[in-house]
Write a protein that binds this ligand. Sequence first.
Ligand SMILES: [Zn+2]
Length: 276
Amino acid sequence: MNLKVLKLALLLLTMTAIAPPTWAREGVEVGNNSAFTKLVPAEQVEKGAGQQYAQMLSQANEKKALAHKDHPQLKRLRAIAIKLIPFAASWNPRAKDWQWEVNLIGSPQINAFCMPGGKIAFYTGILDKLQLSDDEVAMVMGHEVAHALREHARERMGKSAVTNGVARIGGVLASAFLGIDPHLTDGLARGGANLLTLEFGREDESEADLVGMELAARAGFDPRSGVTLWQKMGAANKGAPPQWLSTHPSGTTRIADIQKNLPKVMPLFEKARRGG
Ligand SMILES: [Zn+2]
């Protein structure tokens, strides 16, 4: 354990704990990004993610599994992303400079992710197997984008840096801690993924649910679709290995949290639908 890093982490945590809310806003309440993010430079995380994303795309392309820009499902995903992205910067000012990308990978896996820096990918499996509506796609995309905006990967790296000591930061970065969002991933298919899986904690997961539903609502997508989305996800994941269950809030908890927060985001959705 490196004391300097530990002290810095404690100081950051204290500062965050006593900081008063700087603005009152409509929507969900999740507080500031984790203080642990500050231990690792955002540029480094985003650069690493960009490289990993590019590598993944070229591997998919070699296997003829990368959707062409005229693929109807890819056009649909990009149209949804264009509506969501304008609302991202209010969650993270860096997002307005991100080179956002949306791609579709031909794979039966139920999976989607957004890497740090706005690199989004959906697998055909999630669209086909769950027969997602546009509103449900927006909820998935919002959830994934929220992980990137709330810098959950950077937070994980910061926590690892504290646990392992500062000397290992380089190693942590090099180990490509950026990756697939495991809750969407087919347990069986996961082991075969090229990217290392990043296990987000329960807190990060519920934060991503709330921020994601707000992003979707502001973009004019019905946040009530979060309920049907997770019902579909639950049905598709029956028989998932216990590991999946241990790292993810149960479907019913998740759905209850979404329902509890609907009153906070329904006015935003109604306003967006009226064109306000
Ligand atoms: Zn997630």
